[in-house]
Design a protein around this ligand. Sequence first.
Ligand SMILES: [Cu+2]
Length: 449
Amino acid sequence: MLQRFKLSKKTTLAAFVGLVAVVAIAVILFPRLTNSSGVYHPPPPDAPGPALVFPSFSQPANLPQRKSATVLTSAERTAFVNAVDTLQSTHPNNSQLSLYEQFVVQHILTMGFRQSLGAKGPARGNPAHSYPAFLPWHRQFLLDFEQALQAVDPSVTIPYWDWTDPDALDTILQDDFLGPVGMGTFVEVAGKGRFEGGEVKTSPFSRWQLSEALHFDAITLVSLGPHLLRFVKIPPFDQYPIPQSAIDALFRTDNYEVFNALIEGALVPAVADNKQDYQLGWALHAFAHSVIGGSQVDWDDWDQGIAHQLDILGTMDSVPSSPYDPIFWLHHANVDRLWAQWQDQGHSGPDFYPAANKPFGHNLTDPMWPWDDGLSTPGNYGPSTTDLRTLYAGPPVNKVVSAKDVLDFRQLGYTYTGLETGLEKDLETGLEETAKTAQRETTSSGGRS
Ligand SMILES: [Cu+2]
């Protein structure tokens, strides 16, 4: 039985783990947005800024749709699972990593952009996390993955996990979908009880043999072993579904950087009624990672808005390795869907993305590694003696991609069910409806007189 929460903070070990955790979290999750008090003040709503404009898109007919995981037919689930499983079982040219694992190693190497690790080129910070490019980087990442799936089965799109849907998690964790919760390892959470997690033991994903070099604890850099690990809904990450009010808070901002940081989970609103103030925190995307992965955190600092991550338990909880759990893709499709929805609500186009003054890779037209034609290279990052850079084959799409190139998701060739088809079209429909209503009223009032 693990006594994870009884680790005394007075021990040297705890101090060391805490320090490593703080550094890891600071590097991986927190953007440099806050002032010295840890509170971020976005510009007031009436500050001069880009005017909201009606986007000029209209949606082509038959644009492939990413659907909610809860509405997939049994055949659609099977097609998705088979395509994912095929990527994991396909090793091009007898290479050490599968097609699927190329995505995992790409994600891991975003953590390697530190000079101390041997990074080269202009890219600064983490190309995919903690900074403005979090959303566009993962948009391109999902697109590449979806295209790889479609090379196996053209009918497949990535489903999304709506975190506010109480049924979605149970649906996803079925044997005929992404497999069940983990089993066989018990976690004692102080004041909360004993909880089970561990290996995924049924479904096609229970047969996956994970590369230990790619599957590791981001704090200790110790391998998490060859099995997919889930610790689902273990306190403090047992609050599922995520309340709609948390999504509503996200949609109150008109500021891209605040939106990006809030959805990544690096900021949370300090006071629900005070829309201006945000604190360092852990919500939405980061929270949902831990709903599956089962993070253990230091409660003492939670109230201050700073969560010290003490223990990583499951695959989804270790940011670098998290794409190894196929839930990652459904989770990030939801992140991308919410950004798409926010864009549709008057925040589309380059006015809603920082043009300059961000670390290289995070400004509007900076190439984002690895879609940068070799401009930057990461250092080696990970637990093993294997240099992960030697295993990475490069991006599947051989082109230069900046945030600007992925702002318009419809132009990339997909949309989400439930998104409006385009404001212009809605406006037309609305005008037609108004005209029809007026006509009906005229007719009926005419009948009464
Ligand atoms: Cu990521």
